[in-house]
Design a protein around this ligand. Structure first.
Ligand code: SF4
Ligand code: SF4
Length: 497
C-alpha cells in the first residue's frame, strides 16, 4: 500500500466489521461479527497515524505495542502482527472480541477525537485469527525450572494470565478449577455468539503444552484449604483468581418463584452445562415463551440475546434510560438489532406467581430521571404509576459479588464488608503470607482485560517474592471494612520477564 500522510490517513472512513444478518443470527449461536478480510484490515490499520506518544498503549491494561502491530497489518504482515501482540497479551483472540475497547485503548485514540477511533480490537482479533487459522503461532520458550511451585485458584482470565506469566518465568504452575473445564467466566458467562469455545480451548491447550497443569472439579477452600496448599502440598505461593460469581438480586417479593434465575445460573446452565443442546446434554432449562431480563449491562445483553436464540419473546427492564445503560455501545447496538423489547425507566418491584408458584407477571413502577446532581448523575425517581407485564421467566442481571468460599474458610485473608479480598494495590499481596489475589476477587467485578492487567501485576510480584526480592509487607493492605476494592491503577508492576 502507498505511504499516506496524516491528513490522507485521517480521511479514510472507518471500516466497519461486517456482521451476520440479524434475522438469521437469532436462530443460531454462531459468532455475530464475520471478521475483517485482509484488505479491510489493511485499510483500517492504515487509519492509524502512528503517534509518537501513543495514548492507546496507556489505555491498554496489558500494554500492547498497538501502533507497531497496526503497522505490521497495514504492511500485510498479520502473522508478525500477532507475534507482536503476544509479547504482552497471550489471549489476543479473546481480548479482540470481548474487550471494552470503547472504554480502553480506543477511548483515547487520537483519531477518535475527530471521528471514529482506529478499530484496534477488531484488528487484534484479525491478527489472532490469522495466526490460528494459518498455523503461524510459535510457542514461547520456557526457561529452566526455578524449583518454585505456584498454585492458581481459578482458570478465568486472571488465573490463565498469571499461569502464563509465571510459567514463562520458569516456575511450576498448577491451576485449580472448581468446574469440569477451564476458562472461567469466558466459558460460563460469555455467550458462544460473542466468544467461540474453540478459542478458549486453544489457549488452554497452549498453556498445557507449556507445562501448566490443570486440576478440575477442585474447590479450593472446601476440598483443600490455603494452608493445605502452602503447608502440605508445599506450594511456594498461591494466587487467588476465583472471580465474582455470587449473584446480586433485588430483594423484591416473588424472587423465589419458579422461573426466576440469576444471569449467572441462566448462562452457566446454557453455556457451561450445555443446556442449549438439551436433551443431548442432560442439564435442563425451564424457559417459557416470554422472558423478562432485569438490568442493562453487558451481561444483561448476553442474557437477552441468548433467550431470543432459544425462541422467546424477550424484554429488557431498566430503571434509567438507554443513555445510562452500562452495556458497551457495541453490545447494546447488536442487541437492538435483534428484535427485542425495551422498557426503559421501568423499575421492577414485584414478581407475581400463579397458584403453583410459577412466574406469571412482573410489576414495575414507571420512573423519571431527576435533574443532574453535583456529580452530573441523574437519579431515577418513582412516578407512582405501576404497570403489569405477562412473563413466564425472569432473569436478574445486576452483577455479582466476590466468591466467598476462600475468605470464609481462611480468616487470615482480609476482606471488606462486601466480601472483596483486600490487597496491596501494587503487588496484589493479601494479608496472608504467600497468598496473592487478582481479577474480580479484588475488584468486585470488572472486565476480562482489567482482570488480565491485574494478574500481570500480581505475577510480576509473585516472581519477585519467589526470588526473595519482595519483602512481605502488609501495612498497605486496607483494614477498614468500608475500603473499596482495587480500581485499575496502571501497569506499574508488570515488569520484564
Ligand atoms: Fe485494546 Fe483490549 Fe487489545 Fe488492549 S487488549 S489493545 S485494551 S482491545
Ligand atoms: Fe494509532 Fe490511535 Fe494509537 Fe495514535 S492513538 S498510535 S492513531 S491507534
Amino acid at each position: 500500500m502507498a505511504e499516506l500522510n496524516t491528513k490522507q490517513k485521517m480521511a479514510i472512513p472507518y471500516v466497519h466489521m461486517p456482521l451476520h444478518d440479524a434475522a438469521k443470527r437469532v436462530t443460531n449461536f454462531e459468532e455475530v461479527p464475520v471478521g475483517y478480510t485482509m484488505e479491510q484490515a489493511m485499510t483500517e490499520a492504515q487509519r492509524c497515524i502512528q503517534c509518537k506518544k501513543p495514548a492507546c498503549i496507556d489505555g491498554c491494561p496489558v500494554g500492547i505495542a498497538i501502533p507497531d502491530f497496526l503497522k505490521l497489518i497495514e504492511e500485510g504482515k498479520p502473522a508478525e502482527a500477532a507475534k507482536k501482540i503476544r509479547e504482552t497479551n497471550f489471549l489476543p483472540a479473546a481480548c479482540g472480541r470481548v474487550c471494552p475497547q470503547d472504554k480502553q485503548c480506543q477511548a483515547v485514540c487520537v483519531v477518535g477525537k475527530k471521528g471514529d477511533a482506529v478499530g484496534i480490537g477488531g484488528l487484534e482479533r484479525f491478527a489472532a485469527d490469522w495466526e490460528r487459522t494459518h498455523g503461524t503461532f510459535t510457542p514461547p520458550v520456557i526457561p529452566p525450572s526455578t524449583g518454585k511451585k505456584v498454585a492458581i485458584v481459578g482458570s478465568g482470565p486472571a488465573g490463565l494470565t498469571a499461569a502464563y506469566e509465571l510459567r514463562i518465568r520458569g516456575h511450576e504452575v498448577i491451576v485449580f478449577e472448581a468446574f469440569h473445564r477451564g476458562g472461567g467466566v469466558m466459558v460460563y458467562g460469555i455467550p458462544r455468539f460473542r466468544l467461540p469455545l474453540e478459542i478458549i480451548d486453544e489457549d488452554i491447550k497452549m498453556l498445557e503444552n507449556m507445562g501448566v497443569q490443570f486440576v478440575y472439579d477442585m474447590i479450593i477452600g472446601k476440598v483443600l484449604t490455603l494452608d493445605d496448599l502452602l503447608q502440605n502440598e508445599k506450594f511456594d505461593a498461591v494466587f487467588i483468581a476465583s472471580g465474582a460469581g455470587l449473584p446480586k438480586m433485588l430483594g423484591i417479593k416473588g424472587e423465589n418463584a419458579n422461573g426466576v434465575y440469576s444471569a449467572n445460573e441462566y448462562l452457566t446452565r446454557i453455556y457451561l452445562m450445555q443446556a442449549m443442546k438439551f436433551p443431548r446434554y442432560s442439564t435442563p432449562l425451564y424457559q417459557g415463551k416470554r422472558v423478562g431480563v432485569i438490568g442493562a449491562g453487558n451481561t444483561g445483553m448476553d442474557v437477552l440475546r441468548t433467550a431470543k436464540r432459544l425462541g422467546a419473546e424477550v424484554t429488557c427492564y431498566y430503571r434509567r434510560t438507554r443513555a445510562e445503560a452500562p452495556a458497551r455501545t457495541e453490545e447494546l447496538e447488536h442487541a437492538e438489532q435483534e428484535f427485542l423489547n425495551w422498557k426503559w425507566l421501568h423499575n421492577p418491584v414485584e414478581i407475581i406467581a400463579d397458584e403453583n408458584n410459577f412466574v406469571k407477571q412482573i410489576k414495575c413502577e414507571k420512573m423519571a430521571l431527576s435533574e443532574p446532581d453535583e456529580s452530573g448523575r441523574r437519579k431515577p425517581i418513582g412516578t407512582g404509576e405501576f404497570v403489569y407485564d405477562d412473563v413466564d421467566t425472569i432473569v436478574f442481571s445486576l452483577g455479582c459479588d466476590v466468591n466467598p468460599i476462600i475468605p470464609s474458610t481462611d480468616k487470615e485473608v482480609r476482606i471488606n464488608k462486601w466480601g472483596i479480598i483486600m490487597v496491596d494495590h501494587v503487588t496484589c499481596q493479601t494479608s496472608k503470607k504467600g497468598v496473592f489475589a487478582g481479577g474480580d476477587a479484588i475488584t468486585g467485578g470488572s472486565t476480562v482485560i482489567l482482570a488480565m492487567g491485574q494478574a500481570k501485576n500480581a505475577a510480576a510480584a509473585i516472581d519477585k517474592y519467589l526470588k526473595n526480592e519482595l519483602k512481605w509487607e502488609t501495612a498497605s493492605i486496607p483494614t477498614d471494612p468500608n475500603a473499596s476494592g482495587v480500581q485499575w491503577a496502571g501497569r506499574f508492576a508488570q515488569g520484564k520477564r
